[in-house]
Design a protein around this ligand. Structure first.
Ligand code: NAP
Length: 263
């Protein structure tokens, strides 16, 4: 637990599912007020709000937001500030991926992934930065990128381009505002057991194959990532900016060179 997080406010995009949902729950456990957005999963979002608003003090709210629509992201940041009196941690988590051979990839499909994963992250970061500058706040921005900010992935060129873009966006923003104590970082998950990967884990055999593919021998659960999001939001990470924390069970370590002795 991170005592300094108690009473702070976070906005998490795409918090109705998977990694975002785990971050919402973890921040709530830390005593933070949390606004999270959903895109299509309104039932799921309302269930989370009902479950977490148990009278324990910290408050959780949700709103619909399509991060490809600039005004909706602007409104999400504004409504968070109005509801909770400010914003301390902006988590740009919303993201999509789609398997398409690159020679068949339409410009519309390319744009959709870039606009969600990269442009949406930029808009969220920009709006948080405006608030941090207006209020002289040493706020934090945490982007959920991916190991595919560094590892190429056939059929997912649009996804890897978006995540590679997030990496350099993060570094540029971090450097630009470092003198003000504003921190901008990435968390880069490897393979995580969430709905985005449903197609890879739909049978026990496929899940086992996915586990075996990871050098540490298992796919992550969303909590492996939300633990890092708590650390990255807290003052314990105050000297870290412009960095990517890779949480991938060793996927980025050339798995084909793994030591067969410990397989
Ligand atoms: P997920 O369970 O599918 O969650 C994705 C979230 O993004 C959902 O809440 C979804 O909302 C939201 N979303 C999708 N399109 C949106 C849009 N246009 N506007 C606003 N929200 C939108 O997947 P996840 O695994 O938790 O993914 C979260 C992030 O982690 C993504 O950025 C993903 O690229 C990254 N990541 C995941 C993995 C992994 O293995 N799972 C690995 C590396 C990186 P609705 O459900 O309401 O539509």
């Amino acid at each position: 637990m991170y005592e300094d997080l108690k009473g702070k406010t976070a906005l998490v995009t795409g918090g109705s599912s998977g990694i975002g949902k785990a971050i919402v729950k973890r921040y709530h456990e830390e005593g933070m007020n949390v606004m999270f957005t959903y895109h299509s999963g309104d039932d799921e979002a309302n269930e989370i709000v009902d479950e977490l608003n148990d009278g324990s003090g910290a408050s959780v709210a949700t709103m619909k937001c399509d991060v490809t629509e600039e005004q909706e992201v602007v409104d999400a940041v504004r409504q968070t500030i109005e509801k909770f009196g400010g914003l301390d941690v902006m988590v740009n988590n919303a993201g999509i991926q789609k398997d398409v051979p690159s020679h068949e990839l339409s410009v519309d499909e390319f744009d959709k992934v870039i606009n969600t994963n990269l442009r949406g992250t930029f808009i969220g970061a920009r709006e948080a930065l405006k608030h941090y500058l207006d209020t002289d706040k040493k706020g934090s921005i945490i982007n959920i990128s991916s190991v595919h900010e560094i590892i190429p992935w056939p059929h997912y060129a649009h996804y890897t381009a978006s995540k590679g873009g997030v990496k350099l966006l993060t570094q540029s923003l971090a450097l630009e505002y470092s003198g003000l104590g504003i921190r901008v970082n990435n968390i880069a998950p490897g393979s995580v057991n969430t709905p985005i990967n449903e197609e890879f884990f739909s049978t026990p055999e496929e899940k086992e194959g996915a586990d075996d593919f990871v050098p540490m021998g298992y796919v992550a659960e969303p909590e492996h990532i939300s633990n890092i999001a708590a650390f990255m939001a807290s003052e314990q990470s105050v000297y870290i900016t412009g960095q990517t924390i890779v949480a991938d069970g060793g996927l980025s370590l050339y798995p084909s060179h793994k030591n067969p002795e410990y397989d």
